[in-house]
Design a protein around this ligand. Structure first.
Ligand SMILES: C[S@@+](CC[C@H](N)C(=O)[O-])C[C@H]1O[C@@H](n2cnc3c(N)ncnc32)[C@H](O)[C@@H]1O
Length: 223
């Protein structure tokens, strides 16, 4: 992988380096817990790219999923996820590896039943975002469930206020160094529909930040 994500790695290593361990048997926000239940019900395996500390994946185990795999570019995130899995005797059902998109090429087609991409597609460069969706289509079974979660669309006034730097069309670097591929719902839906059939759209409200996240429940298309 090129070092285009060097600042991203630095940001997330710092964030997860200060991370407080959590209890994976505790439910998450109701809207997200419902999404996990949809993703996991009756499925044997779930993949999470940009898995962070593994919060979504480890919740899937409570719904009977037998094996979960998380990939994340931040070593600190992977360390936290592994530590939690160890603390709660979940290591035999979990695999957390450190890496970027190139890790996906090592996975055989139709390996996973489901996949979660939570606040990752829109934190990648546009070409990688498209590559990621294509890889997930290849790796997940036809009609497999995929949960996509996105940051809110940020209007021009806010982008100026936050000091975002435009790198190319709809693509910004935030002051923290992380990327934002800032797409409207219509643009997101066009990108998603190349590979997936959209089943449901929902929003999640984060009171502490006074912002929403956009959630798409989608099914993999036939190859
Ligand atoms: C906003 S956090 C989301 C974490 C988790 N998915 C969640 O929703 O709680 C973004 C995560 O994606 C990871 N990430 C960012 N760029 C990445 C890349 N190019 N390849 C793999 N992981 C990446 C970061 O290290 C971070 O853990």
């Amino acid at each position: 992988m090129s070092n285009r994500y060097a600042d991203t790695i630095q940001f997330w290593n710092k964030t997860f380096g200060e991370y407080i361990l959590y209890n994976p048997t505790e439910k998450i926000m109701p809207e997200l817990e419902k999404a996990v239940a949809w993703l996991a019900a009756g499925q044997s395996s779930v993949l999470d790219f940009g898995a962070g500390s593994g919060r979504f994946l480890l919740r899937c185990l409570d719904y009977g999923v037998g094996f979960v795999k998380g990939i994340d570019i931040s070593e600190s995130a992977v360390r936290v996820a592994r530590q939690i899995a160890t603390n709660y005797q979940l290591s035999d059902k979990t695999e957390f590896i450190c890496g970027g998109i190139e890790e996906l090429a090592k996975i055989e087609p139709n390996t996973f039943d489901s996949c979660v991409l939570s606040n990752i597609v829109d934190n990648l460069a546009p070409d990688d975002a498209e590559k990621l969706l294509a890889e997930i289509r290849r790796i997940v079974h036809p009609k497999g469930r995929v949960l996509l979660k996105f940051n809110p669309y940020i209007e021009k006034e806010k982008r100026m206020e936050y000091g975002f730097v435009e790198l190319s069309a709809n693509f910004y670097r935030e002051t923290s160094g992380i990327f934002l591929y800032n797409l409207t719902n219509q643009q997101l839906e066009e990108m998603i529909s190349v590979h997936f059939q959209i089943e449901q759209y929902k929003t999640v409200y984060y009171q502490q930040h006074d912002l929403i996240n956009r959630l798409y429940y989608v099914l993999n298309k036939e190859k």
